[in-house]
Design a protein around this ligand. Structure first.
Ligand SMILES: [Zn+2]
Length: 260
């Protein structure tokens, strides 16, 4: 990675030429700022591979990935599962480890109904992208253990809290056999209580290969106080059906290699 080499070169130059430290430190700080900023672009690829679309080799021509974050939630997840069943759609659920530990039966149910359970960290820390590697690894491994035990599936994908990442994350994911996944379109259903708008935003322009993001954990409430995702999801599924698109889990085969 160019930046790592640049940081190393800077530090080496600093040791060799202590009197040059002001410009060298300025350059290193600037580089660090750029890297940190890069981590706040969820669909960016500067800090490592990022699956924000279903790889063409791994999908049928009518498939769109449906993904749900931040669950499981006993008030929302079972209803999301019923809506998906009703439409014959399948999805990936990026679960938070500590919520999965509190509701392992919901995680088991997600898997039993034919969906994928994936890793969304253990405690969903606000400053996830600022964590040092040992803490990143703890967050991801702890979630991995809980989710594997509850679902009987080994999660293969990781989505960072809020999608934010750091330069340090990719080696950790690699060591655990996980791939970083973001999204193509999101509903903003944690902030917007208007189900029509959420559905239109996430699915209105959807095309095959897109990765759609909604939330079964802590979604916004509509004007009736209902979780907005429960009103938006049937519309999303109708929009997809009208476009001859099918909701599927995000599954990546090994044949896709690193060309993501
Ligand atoms: Zn999240």
């Amino acid at each position: 990675m160019g930046s790592a080499a640049w940081q190393l070169a800077g530090i080496t130059a600093w040791i060799a030429q202590p009197r040059l430290w002001p410009p060298i430190v300025a350059a290193l700080v600037a580089d660090h700022v750029v890297l940190t900023a890069a981590g706040f672009v969820p669909r960016g690829r500067w800090l490592g591979p990022n699956c924000d679309r279903l790889p063409a080799a791994d999908r049928q021509s009518d498939e769109v990935a449906l993904t749900f974050d931040d669950g499981p939630d006993p008030d929302v997840t079972p209803k999301v599962l019923d809506l998906l069943d009703h439409a014959g759609a399948r999805a990936s659920f990026f679960c938070i480890g500590e919520r999965a530990a509190a509701h392992p039966e919901l995680v088991a149910e997600i898997a039993r109904r034919g969906h994928r359970v994936e890793n969304h960290s253990y405690s969903h820390p606000v400053f996830f992208s600022m964590l040092p590697p040992p803490a990143l690894k703890r967050e991801i491994m702890r979630a991995q253990d809980v989710l594997t035990a509850a679902s009987g599936q080994l999660p293969r994908l990781f989505r960072a809290p809020a999608g934010f990442r750091s330069l340090l994350l990719d080696p950790v994911l690699h060591s655990l056999g996980l791939r970083f996944v973001s999204w193509t379109r999101r509903g903003f259903d944690k902030a917007d209580g208007d189900a029509l708008r959420v559905a239109q935003r996430v699915a209105g322009q959807a095309v095959a290969g897109d990765v759609l993001l909604l939330h079964d954990g802590a979604p916004a409430r509509d004007h009736n106080g209902r979780p907005v995702v429960l009103e938006a999801l049937p519309r999303v599924l109708d929009i997809l059906a009208a476009g001859n698109l099918k909701g599927v889990p995000f599954v990546v085969n090994t044949t896709s290699g690193t060309a993501l």
